[in-house]
Design a protein around this ligand. Sequence first.
Ligand code: SAM
Ligand code: FES
Length: 348
Amino acid sequence: MKVYDIIKKLAADGNLSDEEFKILLEAESMAIGDTLRSEADKVRRSIYGTDVYIRGLIEFTNYCRNNCYYCGIRRDNKNARRYRLTEEQIMQCCSEGYELGFRTFVLQGGEDGYYTDEIVCGIVSNIKLHYPDCAVTLSIGEKPKESYKAYFDAGADRYLLRHETASEEHYTCLHPKSMSLKNRKRCLFDLKEIGYQVGAGFMVGSPYQTTENIIEDLRFLRELKPDMIGIGPYISHKDTPFAQCKNGSLELTLRLLSVLRLMFPYALIPSTTALGTIHPQGREMGLKAGANVVMPNLSPVGVRKLYQLYENKICTGEEAAQCIGCLQNRVNSAGYGIVISKGDVKRR
Ligand code: SAM
Ligand code: FES
């Protein structure tokens, strides 16, 4: 089958055979990427119009008990200066964010034992008490089911936990033995069962990743049926074991965003900061390729540089207001518009 027929088939069926996915992802012609993006944009516009949802990202701790080989805030990075935000500081971020039009707050951090379930629940319920019209998203890693349930009962609506890779073999290349794909998947299915809107995803071009691994990721996502899917290029960090590895590619990330839009027409898919880091117009390109969410930083300016998952991370300087102003211009210039709403996933 010709590559253009493969794109048509993906647009019509939302699925392909493994061989067809491989041809599409590995095709060298840039024109193929353009066709794919335009098909994805058609589907996105048919469901979401030109709407782009904003999520206010609060990176509240860079302490982490894990040691993922790719991550700049891994436990063994002794060069990372560590910080934690107090509940008051988090509430202050929400207050500024609310004024600026945010109706979703994403609390993200390393797996930091300082924030016990009781503390997390307290923060979540405090945000819901002050901003009952807002959604709270957590992204704080792998926890027992009871903890997820407690956060949900305290008011958390959504949870982001990238599966990172759906291949057992690849997973062990990226993580130490203390971590397992089995537990990562267990977490994702627990979260769904509890009733969260769930986000999964992976890095594009992470060390040792093959096209076959990516196809496994797509198959896993079909099984999980997440509401949100986060992908971004892998970007190296000098203080990790992968310091010498090369970054993921812009073209492959854009192609995958389009493939995901065609496979999951209703999904909420962010155009990530990592994409904006590898190319100055990366996030605009991501939106044109099918993404429909942006996640500006609401963390206090003083700590932004410290949440350094990878090098040259953008948006670590501006105030929240400047950050959203800049993104608004970018979204408009790409032909879309930011909407002020919780932006729950649309369902068939
Ligand atoms: N601790 C939580 C977790 O594990 O889900 C949330 C924080 S973790 C830093 C958020 C995401 O950052 C990870 O899921 C990973 O995909 C991404 N990330 C980490 N290091 C990265 C790198 N070097 N390049 C690109 N993305 C990276
Ligand atoms: Fe824990 Fe990256 S190793 S957040």
